[in-house]
Ligand binder design. Structure first.
Ligand code: ADP
Length: 204
């Protein structure tokens, strides 16, 4: 039987998107992950090619359908008519815009590690649309973009940061951006306080 990995080994992919880099938010975004006790195991600045971006967003074969359906439901919940009833047609356009957006300048790709890192990072990143993202989240605190504006200009919503949506997704996304040799295994001294069962070694 396969031994289940300790939760502290969970990893997620985070990318500061071109608008986040231009806004000077790399440090602030890193700070929020560090503050939670997560460990930075890889980081690099890259200018991505459009086909690499398309491959990233379609690693999950369900992404086209789910994103299209989510967008159609979003229009309907606001009493608006979606541009199409076909989720795949909607996503084709989202993908086209994403390729332009995500390859427009440098992005900073990172891998963070720690217990529940996927869920915790999604929590601090916030919902897709900054206008409705919670206060206190990265998207909610640092930008005001909305579907109303991005639709009008037929562009991606600019929301500063990407984070894997699930552990399964992170397992596909991390190798898409990083070679195994770029992921550094090391101990962080604070992990003793976060994960050690008996908090041994504090007292002299
Ligand atoms: P998230 O990044 O919150 O996980 P998705 O995976 O659904 O969101 O979409 C990926 C990215 O595509 C979003 O972060 C956003 O930049 C863009 N996007 C998604 N849906 C739309 C939309 N309906 N209109 C404009 N941009 C969108």
């Amino acid at each position: 039987m396969a031994v289940k990995k300790h939760l502290s080994k969970e990893r997620t992919l985070v990318m500061v998107k071109p608008d986040g880099v231009q806004r000077g938010l790399v440090g602030e975004i890193i700070k929020r992950h560090e503050a939670l006790g997560f460990k930075l195991v890889a980081m690099k600045t890259v200018v991505a090619k459009e086909d690499h971006i398309e491959a990233h967003y379609t690693l999950d074969p369900e992404w086209r359908r789910v994103t299209g359906e989510k967008t159609i439901a979003g229009y309907k919940s606001k009493g608006q008519t979606p541009p199409s009833e076909d989720p795949f047609e909607i996503t084709d356009n989202i993908l086209k815009c994403l390729k332009t957006y995500m390859s427009s300048g440098p992005i900073v790709a990172m891998v963070w590690q720690g217990a529940h890192v996927v869920k915790m990072v999604r929590k601090i990143v916030g919902g897709t649309e900054p206008l409705t993202s919670d206060v206190g989240t990265i998207r909610g605190d640092y930008v005001m973009d909305s579907y109303e504006m991005s639709d009008k200009d037929n562009r991606s919503i600019r929301n500063l940061v990407h984070a894997s949506g699930s552990v399964e997704e992170s397992n596909l996304e991390i190798p898409h951006w990083f070679d195994e040799s770029e992921l550094i295994d090391y101990k962080l001294v604070s992990e003793q306080i976060l994960y050690d069962v008996n908090l041994d070694g504090i007292m002299e």
